[in-house]
Design a protein around this ligand. Structure first.
Ligand SMILES: [Fe+2]
Ligand SMILES: [Fe+2]
Length: 170
């Protein structure tokens, strides 16, 4: 069953799934499962989380939920160990470079609209001050990316603390 963090819904039963199923099946996108992202999550799961919350948010406001979902799934399409890269090149360099890398990689695999490219390229704003979001959906990913990162870091941590406390009291 395919799920997003913080949600119990089976994503395969939602219209959301049909919007991104071709991306999920792609071998290069599948390779994101090999990379850790935000402590316990894979980069694939993080991308799926962002795609889902982009979809929910944009659907709620009647914006372009399809583009938001697709770009969300592709926004971190880069293939290196983030921590090692940051150690060598610096956080600022990684923040600046990876949206561009993800956009070029995704453009080679899929046909992207101008809006989808903007969502991918601007997702790190305001850490990339020259790349100001041009669309409402590009502003949404700035928020959902951070929201998902927060859930991905805190939920496993709270589960660990809860398990430790339960073990002590048993
Ligand atoms: Fe990113
Ligand atoms: Fe991200």
């Amino acid at each position: 069953m395919l799920q997003a963090i913080g949600s119990k819904k089976d994503l395969e039963l939602l219209p959301f799934y049909d919007m991104i199923s071709d991306l999920l099946e792609n071998e290069t996108v599948q390779n994101l499962k090999q990379f850790r992202h935000h402590v316990q999550t894979t980069r694939f799961q993080h991308s799926l989380n962002v795609a889902y919350y982009n979809y929910i948010f944009c659907k709620r406001f009647g914006w372009d939920a399809r583009s938001a979902a697709r770009a969300g799934m592709l926004h971190d399409l880069f293939f290196y160990n983030r921590k090692e890269y940051i150690r060598k090149s610096g956080e600022a360099f990684h923040n600046k470079r990876h949206p561009q890398m993800a956009c070029s990689e995704a453009s080679q695999l899929f046909t992207l609209s101008t809006r989808e490219k903007d969502i991918i390229l601007k997702h790190m704003w305001p850490m990339t001050p020259t790349r100001v979001p041009r669309y409402k959906e590009s502003m949404v990913i700035v928020l959902t990316d951070k929201y998902c990162a927060l859930l991905e870091v805190t939920i496993p941590l709270f589960r660990k603390i809860f398990r430790q406390r339960s073990a002590k009291s048993a």
